[in-house]
Design a protein around this ligand. Sequence first.
Ligand code: SF4
Length: 456
Amino acid sequence: MIDVNLLQRFDKPGPRYTSYPPAPIFSPTYTEKLFEVDLIRNNDENYDPISLYVHIPFCDTLCYFCGCTTMVTNNRSHIQRYVSALKKEIEHTAQYINKNRRVVQMHWGGGTPTFLEPNEIEVLAAFFHSHFTFRDDAEISIEIDPRGLTYEHFLALKKSGFNRISLGVQDFTEDVQRAVNRVQPEHITRQAMDWAYSVGIRNINIDLIYGLPLQTVESFQTTLDKIVELSPNRIAVFNFAYVPWMKPHQKLIHPEDMPSAETKLALLKSTIETLTNAGYEYIGMDHFAKPSDEMTVAQKEKTLHRNFQGYSTKANTDLFAFGMSSISHFGTVYAQNEKTLAEYSEAVENNRFATSVGYRMTNDDTIRKEVIMRLMCDLELSKREIEERFRISFDEYFSDALQQLEEFVLLGLIRNSYDKITIEGAGRFILRNIAMCFDAYLNKTSKQKPLYSRTV
Ligand code: SF4
């Protein structure tokens, strides 16, 4: 049983740690010139595998809950210009990447990547394949909005090598869908899954959101039951990040429709209980997977990893990202592209990198990143491994963090022994709060305007 009162006391703003340091630390003093220097340095004599990410920022309509970098348009010429810009960026960047390096993972996110026409998907995927060397077993995944999809999209995805899809569902309840301006009848979600299976794409993630306006425990239970019946390999149930001060379109949601903090916790509780009773394993940070899924296996084998897409089974890769607002992370470098279409296009059309902000990690960042990553992925941390790898005395180096962790220890959410930190019981549901104890930037960033969504 989950003690919701216990979780409630940890409900406060915090980063999701898809990177460390978190993105608000990235700085405009990191320029495209530095990016070029770092790319060259990273690829010299480097044979490590790589991941690719491409951001397709267009959508048909705006979902009021959206937290992504997106542009609502039905002007196809914007899309064509963007795809041409992407090809320029891929061509330009690929010259710097060691050709012996193999792509083990590629992800298309958005926006709505399937807003591209089937032939545009094929052309762009072929362009990636002609500029990078893919491993035969590479995971190639894409985010899908079932609205406006055709069977031809699935044929194009299959032909282009996609082998995993993420279907955005959020909630099957009609009132909730209307309140967030995303009306998506259940039958089109089922149709999308059928089409995926029929072309041979069998790895399916379904994304839900809890904490949306008008959601009740009963209505969301109906959605959960239907999802369990659909039986995808992975289910992500995201906590709605209600941050209208950062995403002004969220002001279109009627505040009086928002569920109370108690209802949100009850939604979280019923989600965890329903999915775990149905046989899904709780991985952490809103993610559930079947016991046989690669993600569950990777967690057991301690090879799970976290990147800008959330959890990933491909550890130790360098990530090169394309498109507006996308973030590359290789070696100890983060570099984010321009966040507006005009600035991004202007840069790449002139054969420049579109770097807008970035960051070179310090040694302290690298140590803290590893600690946070291991806790969030493995749910335990070997102090000895950190000591050996970074030549520090763990308890001395992290004396402040260990002091903050005391509260979690006293509540039985963490065990802090001589050589290990282990997350226990309900501690799994507040991983962000536990990671925050090791974050050296939190006090600096939280003194400015609120930057993060709430943790529970
Ligand atoms: S489809 Fe996705 S990216 Fe587009 S507005 Fe809706 S939530 Fe945002």
